[in-house]
Design a protein around this ligand. Structure first.
Ligand SMILES: [Zn+2]
Length: 355
């Protein structure tokens, strides 16, 4: 499955080339046009059957969180900074791949035998951690991994019964859903897919992609937080594994368009597709910048719930993944321009000779 390839690709923000190559390969022959824009977004166009004159944008980000080399110790260790949100608690002892040559590295860790009591109880700071690539000294470290070299987790994709595990499901899960949608039948409207760059560092690629596409509405496809794991207190989870695609009504980056939320929930209910509403107020996605593009773009986010995102290994349910593809496909086939008209205003009809 395409998710395996996407998950194992090396694509920390600003360095999405490997993911881009996989995406271009996967959609070729299934779309009418595809290009790579100035920032590196993949923009694919699939013409509609013409029965709805409308431009619909689907976005999924190609980048993942990771590390960047910012210094070298005399002993040959690398100093790193985070690219995107990384929890330093997860880092000691993890295995990395460093640079385009994918040099294996280990995040150095003091053996438990030597830990002082206070060190036991303290979370290490990222600036105190080192990456060990086996270099003998500073010069060798510099040569193998110069300043600015990217590093990511060296995690293989695995099938675990009805679930799969791997790195970067945020947002390679969304990328895989988008690839599946592009490989299917045409919709009634023109579909503009954007596989975006640099989401994890501030929704940067989506900003220019949405400007170029000028969509009438947009769907951000994501892998989102499933925190249905044992907790101290009875806090309701953001989303749960196995309960279907998660629909966002509000997060830190935007408030979803209620007409699009309704389209998704009514489609799911009609067809018996499980779905869940993501706990409001948590996280942010490309929709955060897309909805503010030009004169405004009604937007919504649909996500595959993933446990342990932004960590070396995440886990998702294949049922959730397949139901996300199905819910999106069925909802899009019901989407009409009329559904987006505001009461009391003219229709969305525009001077759109180019479509
Ligand atoms: Zn994401």
């Amino acid at each position: 499955m395409i998710l395996r390839e996407l998950s194992e690709a090396f694509g920390v923000s600003g360095n999405e080339g490997d993911v881009r190559a996989i995406v271009l390969d996967a959609v070729r022959g299934h779309v009418d046009a595809v290009k790579v824009d100035a920032l590196g977004n993949v923009l694919a166009f699939k013409r509609g059957t013409g029965r709805q004159r409308m431009r619909v944008m689907l976005a999924a980000h190609m980048d993942e969180v990771g590390l960047m080399v910012v210094g070298h110790d005399n002993d040959g260790f690398l100093r790193v900074k985070a690219v995107g949100g990384i929890d330093p608690r997860l880092l000691p002892g993890t295995i990395l791949q460093v640079g385009s040559e994918r040099i294996p590295g280990v995040i150095g860790v003091k053996p438990i035998h030597l830990l002082k009591k206070e060190e036991h109880e303290k979370v290490p700071k990222l600036e105190d951690l080192v990456v060990d690539i086996g270099a003998k000294n500073k010069d060798e470290a510099r040569k193998l991994a110069p300043l600015g070299t990217y590093a990511t987790f060296a995690t293989r994709f695995r099938e675990l019964g009805p679930t799969v595990s791997g790195k970067a499901f945020d947002d390679r899960a969304g990328c895989a859903v988008l690839v599946e949608l592009l490989r299917g039948e045409r919709f009634r409207f023109d579909l503009h897919a954007a596989f975006t760059v640099q989401e994890e560092v501030g929704l940067r690629g989506a900003r220019v992609a949405a400007y170029a596409i000028e969509p009438d509405c947009a769907f951000a496809l994501e892998g989102t937080i499933a925190d249905d794991i044992p907790k101290d207190k009875d806090i309701s989870p953001t989303t749960e594994l196995g309960k279907g695609p998660a629909i966002t009504v509000m997060d830190r980056s935007f408030i979803a368009d209620r007409r699009l939320v309704r389209l998704l929930t009514s489609t799911a209910e009609e067809l018996g597709i499980p779905y869940q509403i993501k706990q409001p107020g948590v996280g942010g996605t490309d929709a955060g910048v897309i909805h503010l593009t030009r004169k405004g773009v009604p937007s919504v986010t649909v996500a595959v719930p993933c446990r342990y995102i932004h960590s070396p290994v995440a886990l998702l349910s294949l049922d959730d993944f397949n139901n996300t593809v199905r819910l999106m496909r069925q909802s899009l086939s019901r989407l009409t321009r009329r559904a987006l008209e505001r009461e009391g205003s003219e229709t969305l009809e525009r001077e759109r000779s180019e479509t």
